[in-house]
Design a protein around this ligand. Structure first.
Ligand SMILES: *Cc1c(COP(=O)(O)O)cnc(C)c1O
Length: 361
């Protein structure tokens, strides 16, 4: 067996301990004679798995009792529709456009009401987070929407926007569980888990209880009504059982490794290795304004497309996969999520040093 260093933006690297444990339990989960993939979602065994997962994520994020945790399908993209369907009482919302995911969310919301783009960084290829201290938030806006870590462009909000008292909704897909967060500052937080937490096909939504309403937009599908899911403990229909099980293992792994403060320390240390090198390099450069840099997704370029392609090919041959940038922006991107060991980033940096020596004209 040989494992590569996988810098994929998602689906992405998972902790080896978790994969090993899942492999050990594959044929016979804790003496029940079957795998988690084969058991009823109505069984006691599975109920224990989902209950434990919820309890552990509550501990990790210190989620207050007046917030529900829902394990849903359809990915983060499905929540782009669920958010307006459940929240647009006044049919108006403010969106901050910091990249493709925020833009897609805004476009989806436009199907259901007025969408006001109150700030955008599109003018500079989304390479920064706009000043959000005094935005023109509408008095009758139902919520203010952000994408907190921009997976493709590598930016991250270091301070949350001033929503002028309106509800904040945040897509945290690519920074989910990378650091502690204060859930009370949000109305809704959700993340597709395949970036930093688990396998694809599951989105976890953390929603303040009073926002889980009977009155939703007319025509909202039963499945997209948060109330349906909340009333049924995320088991209205068959959930993504296996993904919930793996996420549960990742939550335990996080708890056993010092929780989210320790994870943040490690993540910042890994990111600093890479950013410090980028800042001193004569060949490579980061593409994001310094104060807005993501600790999870690090895009960089040489400024020469041919050289970028050579870098991607040679790094792959050296055992570092998926360093190619997103198809829409080119260049390179290293996603260095929780499960990426420091040794992986060290190897990348030393490979970049070498590549620079050989290719700097
Ligand atoms: C990947 C990603 C999405 C889309 O996730 P799906 O689960 O594929 O729908 C949405 N938002 C962000 C920030 C992402 O990184």
């Amino acid at each position: 067996m040989s494992r590569v260093y996988n810098f994929s933006a998602g689906p992405a690297v998972l902790p080896e301990e978790v994969l090993k444990e899942a492999a050990e339990e594959m044929m016979d989960y804790r003496g029940c004679g079957m795998s988690v993939m084969e058991m009823s979602h109505r069984s006691k065994m599975f109920q224990q798995i989902i209950d434990d997962a919820e309890a552990d994520i509550r501990t990790l994020l210190s989620i207050p009792d007046n917030y529900k945790v829902l394990f849903l399908q359809g990915g983060a993209s499905q929540q782009f529709a669920a958010v307006p369907m459940n929240l647009m009482v006044n049919k108006k919302a403010c969106y901050i456009q910091t990249g493709q995911w925020a833009k897609k969310a805004a476009q989806e919301a436009k199907l259901y009401g007025d969408v006001h783009i109150v700030a955008s960084s599109e003018d500079k290829t989304y390479s920064y987070i706009p000043d959000c201290s005094d935005l023109p938030i509408d008095d009758d806006a139902d919520y203010v929407y952000i994408c907190e870590n921009n997976t493709i462009y590598g930016t991250k909000y270091k301070t949350l926007p001033n929503t002028k008292g309106k509800l904040l909704v945040s897509d945290v897909s690519s920074c989910f569980l990378s650091e502690p967060m204060d859930i009370t500052k949000y109305g809704v937080v959700y993340g597709g888990v395949q970036k930093n937490v688990g396998p694809a096909g599951l989105v976890i939504s953390i929603i303040r209880e009073d926002l889980i309403r009977d009155e939703v937009l007319p025509g909202t599908p039963t499945m997209l009504k948060w109330k349906t899911q909340a009333d049924n403990g995320s088991l209205y229909n068959t959930p993504n059982c296996y993904a919930i099980y793996i996420c549960g293992k990742v939550f335990k792994w996080l708890l056993n490794n010092g929780g989210l403060s320790e994870m943040q320390r490690k993540n910042e240390e890994k990111a600093a290795l890479l950013y410090d090198f980028l800042d001193s390099s004569k060949l490579f450069k980061g593409t994001v304004r310094k104060e807005d840099r993501s600790v999870m997704n690090v895009p960089f370029i040489t400024g020469d497309e041919e050289l970028d392609a050579k870098f991607v090919a040679e790094s792959k041959a050296a055992g570092m996969e998926n360093l190619k940038g997103h198809r829409t922006v080119g260049g390179m991107r290293a996603s260095i999520y929780n499960a990426m060991p420091k040794a992986g980033v060290e190897k990348l940096v030393s490979f970049m040093e070498d590549f620079e020596k050989k290719n700097l004209k």
